[in-house]
Design a protein around this ligand. Sequence first.
Ligand code: GAL
Length: 846
Amino acid sequence: MVQGRKMKMILLLILQIVMAATAANVTYDHRALVIDGKRKVLISGSIHYPRSTPEMWPDLIQKSKDGGLDVIETYVFWSGHEPEKNKYNFEGRYDLVKFVKLVEEAGLYVHLRIGPYVCAEWNYGGFPVWLHFVPGIKFRTDNEPFKEEMQRFTTKIVDLMKQEKLYASQGGPIILSQIENEYGNINSAYGTAAKSYIKWSASMALSLDTGVPWNMCQQADAPDPMINTCNGFYCDQFTPNSNNKPKMWTENWSGWFLGFGDPSPYRPVEDLAFAVARFYQRGGTFQNYYMYHGGTNFDRTSGGPLISTSYDYDAPIDEYGLLRQPKWGHLRDLHKAIKLCEDALIATDPTITSLGSNLEAAVYKTSSGSCAAFLANVGTKSDATVTFNGKSYHLPAWSVSILPDCKNVAFNTAKINSATESTAFTRQSLKPDGGSSAELGSQWSYIKEPTGISKSDAFLKPGLLEQINTTADKSDYLWYSLRMDIKGDETFLDEGSKAVLHIESLGQVVYAFINGKLAGSGHGKQKISLDIPINLVAGKNTIDLLSVTVGLANYGAFFDLVGAGITGPVTLKSAKGGSSIDLASQQWTYQVGLKGEDSGLATVESSEWVSKSPLPTKQPLIWYKTTFDAPSGSEPVAIDFTGTGKGIAWVNGQSIGRYWPTSIAGNGGCTDSCDYRGSYRANKCLKNCGKPSQTLYHVPRSWLKPSGNTLVLFEEMGGDPTQISFGTKQTGSNLCLMVSQSHPPPVDTWTSDSKISNRNITRPVLSLKCPVSTQVISSIKFASFGTPQGTCGSFTHGHCNSSRSLSLVQKACIGSRSCNIEVSTRVFGEPCRGVVKSLAVEASCS
Ligand code: GAL
């Protein structure tokens, strides 16, 4: 007995020793986060766990690690974890513990941004909508009911993390947590209460005793010891509010989010790399890509108004989990180059000197002889040649060169050594036997959703109701229905003239049905104003207005109160002018949600499905259903909704989100070749103008069975579901790269110990590697050493070209998965003296 107890005590002691050995002490100082006494240079990237599936997480995390990340940053999504008050969900895509543990297993750290306000283009900024109905509540200010709820949820998350021993102080991977989010951007709107709210948030967070530091982003007045951090496209000019805090960048936007009705934003990697290098050049030691993998807004999680279902973000890993090249590869090289400077970076502040107009050197030099330098050309127009420590360096406009030994260039942000890899969708028919999708009509069944009021829980109310207050966001849909009597002598019935129904709504979509027929519709972010010519009949008429939200607002002061839905005025005017009737103040009947939603058509069996032909198409308000076999292979799957209008779709009962292929991007502002030089803005580089904002919708592989999958959609506006097709996304077979004689040699030729010299590769190298391990380079479509022009897919020869280009590249590459070719006259001969030459290659793998 005594022996047993002794054994137990000894075991406990051993356990404590082991624990103490693995627990990390995380603090910070002026230079950096300090982990176990050592300052760290950290590269971080955001992956939001509910925007992919647990099946995807290990691969995403591994690709992040391979890309040179040390930290994965994620928000915590309150609305997903507590969909109803006190009913928690930590399952599936919301299995936060599993996500954090997977990051830990990969050997990476976690930055946990609890918020619990997160913005994030997430519905209602991450707040559960029930929060809005807590009596007396005022969001994000010094308000007791709000603070109570915020504290309760924050504590819940911290406790969960502690229970699972996930803080670094307990041996886990979490080295940093965030409270609130960018409150400093909007706090002036909250008056004096803002200050006390921020103080309270800080002390509440600190009281939770996580054992690791906390940050507040975009919060210049963050109280000590909270680290105030920067968010933006550039943060090199940022300084924290105390000399005892490190310079940290929590959101470096790798692209931008897409909205329905908008063209697709992209951010050139040369500019992104420039921003990162400038940050480390000017004393930063932690930066995070927002997003590193953007993912998908499944279900009704997308924020608003009008955020699209895709949250690709032009991130280094694309929505489907494939590497976006050369973005991912160029940033990996950048991270290597920065890490080669780590010893010098953490030792000291940089000494910054001017090398001429728009030219700047930063030198980190230690007493022990380590030296790292960053040379920048922040000019937007002209390349420069600078002299630094007696050597001359070529610096393209808007670029930074990194010299880990203060002599040799390991990396320049504008000189890409990674090949462009295309990705492409391959169409596959829905039909198991591969027949054309046009034949699919017979395999579809349908149910008509009634127009107007059909549910028993409909209710009457005088006047127009705001939508979020009415639906509590249980559904996107709210019916506003009115019955009215028109006497025969009213002007609305004048021969040849129509009445005009005038509707004003806060958004985001309105359909107006008159006597059961769709008469008009419109959409808008926060204001819709419609004048719809309508035909009324003598006697009874019904006006049924369907108002649809597309993501609740997530950003701005008082975003929770902007509201949605038809708040009026609503009037009926005679087309000839003259009299007008106010309808807003009348007695309306309301129905929250759809009949088909109540009967669970998306998830449960129903005998109501009609499979008789003809299948009704191009009619509003129809539920459709079909079964299909999964596209073959293991590649990521997408549904192309072209042919349909707008709605929500489910695969095997899982909501893949809102689809809206008829939402067309505006015509202005697009460019295929955006100049990366000069300050980036969210609307600087756009593509896809005049085309549907989003036609392809991700269906995670793990939601599919080989055969017998169910697809259900609710089509609001009218479309033809038989036109739907499936695609699988592949890394394409094309590789392209252009490397000049002035490019640095591959950063991989540096190792931290051979940093100073002994590098036998001193010339630039063009490296190609087929992305799929079973493939080899099978043909060289283009090769020119000289002055080739153009970009991938459209390379052409310039006036100067080595006649050996093609045969040499073929010889070096064909039949191998990868090849490396030195870019020099030693290899290709001298086709034209006195010119800096480049080698451009387009190859294909099979
Ligand atoms: C920031 C915010 C993020 C995200 C981003 C835009 O202001 O902190 O949550 O919304 O903007 O993608």
